[in-house]
Each structure stands twice: as structure tokens, then as C-alpha cells.
Design a protein around this ligand. Structure first.
Ligand code: PEP
Ligand code: MG
Length: 594
């Protein structure tokens, strides 16, 4: 429910995921997707509904031709004609009697409105194709989904087709959901900020936001239903608030807040070039999470000492086919060389969950976060995995590269991945292609099962990186995407505190390094707890690092250890959180001024 701050305003509250304030006109993207009211038609309405359906099919056909034309213009005729085949497949879907006839029948005989009829016909067709164990049919299911969604958007007059790279003026984006692939495309010059109805602090869209350096909010529940394109809003990414029609008084107050923030930024900037050393000389390693090779240039300037997590799946997103070994090699080489001799931890492909690739037909799953994700996908799609492993190995001589596997849930996966890596090494040796024989291997600890068997995993790797985003979601059974249960997503749950401690103890017993690269590592509230638990490295989005360093330089290791000891003996997540906040505020009050 929206509330009011000052007369005439409407306030929507969500979860802040990227700080800053922006004001401007909004563009509301697709409203809640594919939930269509069921309406029974009267006999008189049927003919009109059939022509409305026919019109939507025609509009989709025009739209596909237009996208095809634009693509050919931008990539050239030869590549354009290759891409053209994809659009031909989509255009064929629009003529497919197996899809169109049942929809027409549902409108004509069952008197369903066109949205319901087409969605019902489309879903059963997709489900039938998904069941066929054949790559070709699965690809067809992917084409179908795309086309169905386009037709439904035309039927309901949505603006889903907006190309976010082609915005004509600075705009604030409001959407029910923004996929990670769309978020990655946002043009910072034109997008002043964004806010979504769904999502929580650790959804991938949220984790991308700070890097874009634009204010962002998720979990606004139904704001996209209530706001209209063209409305004027103020988006407060510090507190997670969108204010519709802000009054002069509100704009004045926000002006003051921004001035205070500028002063704070200046203050913490001094910490950038200094080591993350506590007052009693305990050293913590600070590194950056990146998504693209080009991000590496900004890493050192952000105060990081290397890259703790290179999320390589973003190289695969927003393109027509997966990058081959050579293209990947160039990206990894570029990052390694730019940061040499600083370490660059390259994580192998973490496809799945909310990160879906348009170039690979992956069947829809009931529980994608529990499904064919990350290492599970790679161990079956050996060609894709092999190309990536070879590319990383080849890049290893260009700098200080380390390789890390995501979503390890058992020893077998780690052993299989290492066996394939050994094969790739043997191939490269035969081909006389150089790589670093000593390249370190690490595993992400992001499932409870991995955390519990860290003693066994530690015998086979040189480092761990705790992915708290997933570790929390899987341990507490709280979907990291779901704003309705965001309050249950508790980083200070005793189960999480204990799993981190188990991991650190098992790792350190074997001299295995432990990093944390989930969002917890970038939140100053939890810095002392993680350090006190013995974590060696914190890796987060570059814009968050100065604050973390600033805080570490004002903490004593001894007090972080006391905090960790308290947390390990405490039964209440909120008491642990309160103690964390207390210590952080006491050490660096400026960071927490509202
Ligand atoms: C994590 O799970 O904490 C993590 C860093 O991986 P991702 O957010 O990419 O799933
Ligand atoms: Mg993860």
C-alpha cells in the first residue's frame, strides 16, 4: 500500500539495493507478466475477439521483421542473415496450426478472451515440446515462449518491447521485474535509476545495481501497477523509497541528504588507497566482484586488491550464441593482464536460477534455483564447459588467474570438474599451448551440503569463496528472489553464522584461504562478524568497497572476535544483527547516518 509523506505525495517502500537519489519522469515496463484475467465472452463478442487476436499476430509479425531489419543494419548483412534464421523460426511459430488453431477454437467454442485462449494453447504446446527428449524440439519450445510472450504483450498493449538501449531521454525505469540480462544492458547515461516490484537484496538484478552506479530499489510489491509512464517521481536508493509527485519540501530535504552523502563520500575516499588493516593490525584482503572484462579497469581504483569473483555468465547473456573458447580467452586474458599481478578469480559458468541465456534452450523448471544450474549444467554440457576451462587455463599465463567452481553440492561434482580440468590441461600440453601449471582451484561454498563437508572439499582445493546469497537461500529455504519472504532472509541466522565458522575452521586446518563474495561481504553491518569468524577476504561490488575499508580501519580484530563468539552462542538472528549494527555504528557512525 502506498502511503503519504507530505500532502499530494504517494510513497512506495521497497528494498534499497543501490544508493543515491534520482528524480525524473518514469517509464513503466511490462506490468505483472502473463497473468490474464479470465473473461467469458458473449456470443456477440466472439468475432471481435478473433479479429483482435488476428491483429496481435500481425503486429507481432511486423515487430519481428522490424527487429530483424534493425539487427541486420547494426551487425551487417552476413551475420544478419545468420541471425535471420532465428527470426524465421519465430515467424514460423506465428503460422503454426498446432498453436493457432487450438487458440482460435478456445475463443470461438469456449468463449475465452484472446489472452487466456492463447496463453492456454501456448502453454500446452510448450509443455508437449518440453517433454520430447530431443534438442531440436527443446529449441522450438524456446522460440515458442518468446513468440507467445510477444503476442500476449500486443494483446494487452504492454510496452515490453521497449529497447532499453534506445531511450531518448533520461528516465527512471519502473518494472514488475527486470531480468539480469536486461539490467546488464541499461545505459547509465539514460537510465537515472530503476525500481522493481519483485526481488530481494540478493536477486541478481539487485547485485548488478551498485555497479551501474544508479540508485535502485527492488521489492516494491505492486508499484508498477499503480504508477504510470510519464509520472514524476523521486527515487531514494538509500532508504528504498519511491515518492510520486514529490513536494518542494521533500525535494529540499533530499537535496540536504545528498549534500551529506557527498561529504561522507569525500571522507571515505581516503581509505581507498590504504590497506584494510584493523586498529590492532589484522589484515583483511579486499577484492571486487565483476561481470565483464572491461570492469577490471575500475577495480584497483575502487580500492580492491584483485577480483574475488568474475561472474562469467554475463559474457554469455544477451547474445545469439555462447562465446567460443577464443572469445572467452580474450575476455579472461584482458582482465588478468589489466590486474596483473593481482589475483583474478574466474568463476565458471553459473547459468540457471534467474540467469537464463537467450542463446541456449534450457527447459523451464518448476524450481530453477534447485535445478539444472551452474556446475550441474556444465558437467552435462561438456563442450561448453571444456571451452571455458581451456580459455581460463590459456589466460592463466597472462596474470594471476584462479579458477572457481560454483554451486558445488558434493564431492563428486568437484572431482568430476577437476578430472575434466586435468583432461583440458593434458590437451593443451599436447597442443603446446602454455598455461599456469600452478593455477589455484577453488570451490564456492553456497549450499549447506558443501559447507558441512568443507573438511573433505578442503583436501582438493586451494581456496573457498562463500556465496552467502545462495548459502542463505538454501539453508533457510528462503527464495532470494521473493520479496514476500525477504524478511526471512537473515544473514545473521545462527545456522548461517555456524556454517561460516565450520567452513573457516575446516579450511584453515588445511591452510585453505576463505573469501566471502555474496552481498553480505559488501554490507558494513556484517563486516566485523565475518572478520571475527576468521574470513580472510571480502569481495563485493567496487562501489561498496571504500565503505568496507573505511570501517575495517576503525575496528579492532579483538572486538570482531568477541562479536563472533557472541554470535556463535546466540540463538536469535535479531540479537546477532543488533550487536553487529551496534559495533559497526560505534566504529564508523558516519556510515550509518540516515
Ligand atoms: C552467492 O551466491 O553469494 C554468489 C556470490 O553467487 P551469485 O550471487 O552469482 O549466485
Ligand atoms: Mg551463488
Amino acid at each position: 500500500m502506498a502511503e503519504r509523506l507530505h500532502e499530494g505525495e504517494k510513497v512506495f517502500r521497497g528494498i534499497p539495493v543501490s544508493s543515491g537519489v534520482s528524480r525524473g519522469r518514469i517509464l513503466v515496463l511490462d506490468k505483472q507478466r502473463h497473468v490474464h484475467a479470465l473473461r467469458t465472452l458473449s456470443e456477440d463478442e466472439v468475432a471481435g475477439e478473433l479479429s483482435r487476436f488476428e491483429r496481435a499476430l500481425m503486429q507481432t509479425r511486423h515487430q519481428l521483421h522490424e527487429v530483424q531489419r534493425q539487427l541486420t543494419e547494426s551487425v551487417g548483412a552476413e551475420q544478419g542473415s545468420n541471425l535471420g534464421r532465428i527470426f524465421d523460426a519465430h515467424l514460423m511459430v506465428l503460422e503454426d496450426p498446432m498453436l493457432i488453431d487450438p487458440a482460435v477454437k478456445l475463443i470461438r467454442d469456449n468463449k475465452l478472451n484472446a489472452e487466456q485462449a492463447f496463453q492456454t494453447a501456448g502453454e500446452s504446446y510448450v509443455a508437449a515440446l518440453d517433454k520430447v527428449d530431443d534438442e531440436y524440439f527443446r529449441e522450438r519450445a524456446g522460440d515458442l515462449r518468446d513468440v507467445i510472450s510477444r503476442v500476449l504483450n500486443h494483446l494487452s498493449g504492454r510496452t515490453d518491447a521497449v529497447d532499453l538501449r534506445q531511450l531518448k531521454e533520461p528516465t527512471i525505469i519502473i518494472a514488475h521485474d527486470l531480468t539480469p540480462s536486461k539490467t546488464a544492458q541499461l545505459d547509465r547515461k539514460m537510465v537515472l535509476g530503476f525500481a522493481t516490484d519483485v526481488g530481494s537484496k540478493t536477486s541478481h538484478t539487485a547485485t548488478l545495481a551498485p555497479k551501474l552506479r544508479i540508485p535502485a530499489i527492488v521489492g516494491l510489491k505492486n508499484a508498477s501497477e499503480q504508477l504510470q509512464s510519464g509520472d514524476y517521481v523521486l527515487l531514494d536508493g538509500f532508504n528504498g523509497v519511491v515518492i510520486l509527485n514529490p513536494t518542494d519540501q521533500t525535494l529540499f530535504e533530499y537535496g540536504q541528504l545528498e549534500r551529506r552523502q557527498v561529504t561522507l563520500e569525500e571522507k571515505i575516499r581516503d581509505a581507498l588507497t590504504l590497506p584494510a588493516l584493523t586498529l590492532d593490525n589484522h589484515r583483511v584482503f579486499i577484492s571486487a566482484n565483476i561481470e565483464q572484462a572491461g570492469d577490471a579497469d575500475a577495480v584497483l581504483a575502487s580500492g580492491a586488491e584483485g577480483v574475488g569473483l568474475f561472474r562469467t555468465e554475463y559474457l554469455f547473456i544477451n547474445r545469439e550464441s555462447p562465446p567460443d573458447e577464443e572469445q572467452q580467452f580474450q575476455a579472461y586474458r584482458q582482465a588478468a593482464a589489466a590486474l596483473k599481478p593481482c589475483p583474478v578469480v574466474i568463476r565458471t559458468l553459473d547459468l540457471g536460477g534467474d540467469k537464463l541465456l537467450s542463446s541456449l534452450a534450457v527447459p523451464t523448471e518448476m524450481n530453477p534455483f534447485l535445478g539444472w544450474r551452474a556446475i550441474r549444467f556444465c558437467l552435462e554440457q561438456v563442450d561448453i564447459f571444456r571451452a571455458q576451462l581451456r580459455a581460463i587455463l590459456r589466460a592463466s599465463i597472462e596474470g594471476n588467474v584462479k579458477l572457481m567452481y560454483p554451486m558445488i553440492s558434493g564431492l563428486d561434482e568437484l572431482n568430476q570438474a577437476n578430472a575434466l580440468l586435468d583432461k583440458c590441461k593434458a590437451e593443451l600440453r599436447t597442443e603446446n599451448i602454455a598455461f599456469d601449471e600452478q593455477m589455484e582451484i577453488g570451490a564456492m561454498i553456497e549450499t549447506p551440503s558443501a559447507a558441512i563437508i568443507t573438511d573433505a572439499l578442503a583436501k582438493r582445493v586451494q581456496f573457498f569463496s562463500i556465496g552467502t546469497n545462495d548459502l542463505i537461500q538454501y539453508t533457510l529455504a528462503v527464495d532470494r528472489m521473493n520479496e514476500k519472504i525477504a524478511h526471512l532472509y537473515e544473514p545473521t541466522h545462527p545456522a548461517i553464522v555456524r556454517l561460516i565458522k565450520t567452513t573457516v575452521d575446516a579450511a584453515h586446518a588445511r591452510k585453505v584461504w576463505v573469501s566471502v563474495c555474496g552481498e553480505m561481504a559488501g554490507d558494513p553491518v556484517f563486516t566485523a562478524l565475518l572478520i571475527g569468524l576468521g574470513v580472510d577476504e571480502l569481495s563485493a561490488a567496487p562501489p561498496l568497497l571504500a565503505r568496507i575499508k573505511y570501517l575495517i580501519r576503525r575496528l579492532k580484530f579483538s572486538e570482531t572476535k568477541e562479536l563472533a563468539a557472541f554470535a556463535l552462542n546466540c540463538e536469535s538472528p535479531s540479537e546477532i544483527a543488533a550487536r553487529c549494527q551496534e559495533l559497526a555504528t560505534q566504529a564508523a557512525p558516519a556510515l550509518f547516518e540516515k
